[in-house]
Design a protein. Structure first.
Length: 244
């Protein structure tokens, strides 16, 4: 009886997986990017730092076809999902469900341990990094050459954007912190970058080191994150998952 039940459950799981894959593809195709009002174009800049789309592009070029790119639950995740090209052999990791800030800041250690021969690069924000960060010390002690790239725009990007209309952005505005010095303080390599060309170069250098690297990028705080119709998008995801 148990064996028969096990076989049936295995068949049911396989059937459900196949159906979910097929339905997911059809659902995704029916909700193409342009139907959501999303844009892959750059938005207005204050011309006082690296545009986040350029930051993503620099990371893409530095990592290339292979390796692991991880994006934290910040505005940089939205820029990454819009501007990273599809590379079949490269893995892109993040968590959308709970939007836990700082999860890949820590998760990069696990990714490197699970795949020690892969290049691991983290795209995170200053707000996310402030919630964790001490994992850099763990990486130092274990000799893991992970590269953290911090989109330092002195704000909680998505929340800041939502508050701009009211003008009450104080709670989502951050100070200017020196994450490069913090990295140096725990034994890692820390560096500041003010342009995408030097960023690409520093990521490549970091991947060749025998210790972790933290790259603090002076980011332009002006561009609006490509959020699209956030509430409508969330409701459609709930609609999709409830139907499976």
């Amino acid at each position: 009886m148990r064996q028969h039940l096990h076989v049936n459950l295995r068949y049911a799981d396989k059937h459900a997986e196949s159906r979910a894959t097929s339905e997911r593809r059809e659902w995704a195709e029916s909700w193409a990017v342009d139907q959501n009002g999303l844009t892959v174009n750059k938005t207005a800049s204050l011309s006082c730092g690296v545009h986040p789309a350029d930051l993503v592009s620099a990371a893409d070029k530095a990592v290339g076809e292979n390796g692991i790119l991880m994006a934290d639950s910040s505005s940089i995740l939205l820029w990454a999902t819009h501007h990273l090209p599809d590379r079949p052999r490269r893995r892109f990791l993040s968590v959308w469900g709970w939007a836990s800030m700082g999860h890949v800041t820590a998760g990069a250690v696990g990714a490197k341990l699970a795949s020690p021969h892969s290049d691991v690069v983290v795209l995170t924000g200053d707000g996310c990094f402030l919630m964790h960060g001490n994992e850099v010390a763990t990486a130092v002690s274990m000799g893991l050459n992970i590269v953290w790239v911090i989109n330092a725009n002195t704000q909680l990007g998505m929340i800041h954007y939502e508050l701009r209309q009211s003008g009450n952005t104080e709670s989502a505005t951050l100070g200017e912190y020196d994450f490069a010095k913090f990295a140096q303080g725990v034994g890692a390599y820390g560096v500041h970058c003010a342009d995408s060309v030097s960023l690409e170069r520093e990521i490549i250098r970091g991947l060749k080191r025998s210790l972790p690297t933290v790259i603090q990028v002076k980011a332009d705080p002006g561009p609006t994150p490509p959020m699209g119709n956030k509430k409508l998008g969330n409701s459609r995801w709930q609609e999709y998952f409830s139907g499976i």
